[in-house]
Design a protein around this ligand. Structure first.
Ligand SMILES: O=P(O)(O)OC[C@H]1O[C@H](OP(=O)(O)OP(=O)(O)O)[C@H](O)[C@@H]1O
Ligand SMILES: O=c1cc[nH]c(=O)[nH]1
Ligand SMILES: [Mg+2]
Length: 212
């Protein structure tokens, strides 16, 4: 598995404000949206392309177009929804599938409560959106779900990741033979005893949409 921390002053600047406990929900939503667009620029570096020739007003020009079938973008509800618009801004022709998952805060086990995705993902490139890669249980289950439906490769976009989560995914998909990438704005120090990323930004879903 490949993991990439996007190293750019604009990313670091926005992430710092996102972490700040004084940042309110409207600002948090706007920053998450802007950040994912910056991450998407890196995360789509390997998007599949096809050579084409177009006619300019002067002459033929060689170029590329995104290949078909279109990539599938999969936000993990609830917090991943806060990343969808920012991703679709760069990949407007992508299709969108949904996975609803929640982590049981006492066992830290991920449970899936909703799925709305094509049955057959054979040959599809998938981009999973989830702001927090903590223990890795949620993202691991999501990636496995996509592979079970035939997905070819998976790139996950996360606002923050913990080393424990990256190690978990590494081990889980070792020898799977399928390409997996994690692209994140920051790799934090560790998880605390409650499975929260430290220093992190708190509960991403609550900060986006309110405490439930
Ligand atoms: O790596 P893990 O240890 O599995 O934790 C990360 C998951 O926890 C959060 O979701 P949460 O369960 O809070 O659901 P929500 O998005 O509805 O708030 C977060 O958005 C990730 O999906
Ligand atoms: O730090 C964390 C860990 C899991 N889920 C979150 O929203 N934040
Ligand atoms: Mg949450």
């Amino acid at each position: 598995m490949e993991s990439l921390v996007v190293d750019h002053p604009l990313v670091a600047h926005k992430l710092t404000t996102l972490r700040d406990v004084r940042t309110d929900s409207p600002t948090f939503r706007r920053l998450a949206d802007e950040l994912v667009t910056l991450l998407a620029y890196e995360a789509t570096r390997d998007v599949r392309i096809t050579d084409v020739t177009v006619q300019t007003p002067l002459a033929p020009a060689h170029g590329i177009r995104l290949s078909r079938p279109a990539p599938l973008v999969v936000p993990i509800l609830r917090a991943g929804l806060g990343m969808l618009d920012g991703m679709m801004r760069l990949l407007p022709t992508a299709e969108v599938g949904f996975l609803g998952m929640i982590r049981d805060e006492s066992t830290l086990e991920a449970q899936t409560y909703a799925t709305r995705l094509p049955e057959d993902l054979s040959g599809r490139q998938c981009y999973v959106l989830d702001p927090m890669l903590a223990t890795g249980g949620t993202l691991g289950a999501a990636i496995q779900f996509l592979f079970d439906r035939g997905a070819e490769d998976v790139t996950a976009l996360c606002l923050l990741a913990a080393p424990e989560g990256v190690a978990y995914l590494d081990k889980m998909f070792q020898g799977s033979g399928k390409p997996i990438r994690v692209v994140t704005a920051g790799m934090d120090e560790r998880l605390n005893e409650n499975g929260y990323i430290v220093p992190g930004l708190g509960d991403a879903g609550d900060r986006l949409y309110g405490v439930v």
